[in-house]
Design a protein around this ligand. Structure first.
Ligand SMILES: Cc1ncc(COP(=O)(O)O)c(C=O)c1O
Length: 363
């Protein structure tokens, strides 16, 4: 007998969502599988998407894990290298390097390489987190070209700050800045670079950003990246996080539930205890009232989230029984809806699911 808490991963849904990302037929889609594939289990996700032309991760450790698991595609390190030794690792393992600051560029210039490596040049078009600015990037590219250390197929990349808000014109300004800089690089160096701008929100909402490489993350996992849930009807949520009712009791009006007694029953109530808690990544700050799906019905979380358990008011849920399945999020209960009760977004909830939760491939 094992603890009945698991994350079911729907591989068909993943493939469906990748097909949606590829729908425009422009360029290639590189699934972003950092942070254990947004919490879904990188092995299950990459094997479901085995025909993807490349994968994107945050660090060399994540990229090496893909190689250990047997995946052969090129892997883009989206933050580039942290130390010089990673450049040789990238060369031997066919990792592509994002180059986004002078330190990283200088390390590539100094590296002892047997053959040129592929780089993605990060351009800061306004997010001001990573990337070279528009004035310096031409020289950076020229220096890399002159060194002979990079191959001829360089990708110019940027990242959007507000693509999830379709009324925010910042995305258009970032695209304009990108296009202008790209033209200038071509004029100065005589080389045409490939281009990559779009994350999930841009793929779904900013067609003018679609170029040689799209970088879908969140949408692959079936959740809308938009504030207003647009497009979520065609995306299919991939993860069902579920557990079971392990205890049921009736309490009286005035009784309290859980640590610090923060919730008090206003009527005679039935309380279900479910085996999941903040030690599993279910957020401790989930508010009272956060929905939990039992027998197809949204039942409110009551009392503090403990490390291994939560308590739910099931008074209004007919026929509830010990052993019933409780769904924390999944196709019937969007993770974005749960996130609203936790003052965060679905990205944080999914990627925060701990190693303790078995990821089980469904199909
Ligand atoms: C550089 C870069 N590209 C693409 C993505 C994927 O974004 P999303 O999950 O919103 O599709 C991320 C996510 O953080 C990113 O940092």
């Amino acid at each position: 007998m094992t603890r009945p808490t698991q994350a079911l991963i729907d591989r068909q849904a993943l493939r469906n969502n990748l097909t949606l990302a590829e729908r425009s037929k422009r360029g290639h889609c590189m699934p972003i599988v950092k942070a254990n594939a947004y919490g879904h289990g990188v092995d299950i996700v990459c094997s479901a998407l085995e025909h993807a032309p490349a994968f994107g991760v945050a660090s060399v450790n994540e990229a090496l894990e893909l190689r250990t698991l047997g995946f052969k595609q090129p892997v883009l390190l989206m933050e580039g290298t942290f130390t010089p030794d990673e450049i040789e690792l990238a060369e031997t393992n066919d990792f592509w390097l994002m180059v986004e600051n002078h330190n990283q560029k200088d390390q590539i210039l100094r590296a002892k390489l047997k053959h040129p490596i592929r780089v993605w040049l990060g351009l800061d078009t306004g997010m001001h987190r990573l990337g070279f600015d528009t004035l310096e990037i031409k020289q950076v590219y020229q220096d890399l070209l002159n060194s002979g250390q990079i191959d001829r197929l360089t990708v110019l990349a940027t990242h959007f700050a507000c693509a999830n808000d379709l009324s925010n014109d910042m995305t258009n300004r970032q695209i304009e800045c990108f296009d202008k800089t790209s033209r200038e690089i071509e004029l100065t160096t005589g080389h045409i670079l490939q281009q990559s701008l779009a994350n999930s929100a841009a793929i779904l909402g900013w067609e003018n950003s679609l170029r040689d490489w799209q970088r879908p993350g969140y949408m692959l996992y079936g959740n809308s990246p938009f504030c207003d849930e647009r497009s979520s009807e065609t995306l299919r949520p991939v993860m069902t996080l579920e557990s079971k009712i392990i205890s049921l009791r009736t309490i009286l009006a005035g009784d309290t539930v859980g640590y610090d007694a923060i919730w008090k029953a206003e009527r005679k109530s039935q309380i279900a205890t479910i085996s999941i808690g903040y030690g599993d990544g279910y957020p401790r700050h989930a508010k009272n009232g956060t929905p939990v799906m039992i027998r197809g019905q949204r039942c409110p979380l009551v009392g503090r989230v403990s490390m291994d358990m939560i308590t739910v008011d099931v008074t209004d849920c007919a026929f509830v029984q010990l052993g019933d399945t409780a769904i924390l999020w999944g196709p019937e209960l969007p993770v974005n809806e749960v996130a609203q009760y936790c003052e965060t977004n679905g990205y944080e909830l999914l990627s925060g699911i701990s190693f303790r939760i078995p990821r089980v491939a469904k199909n």
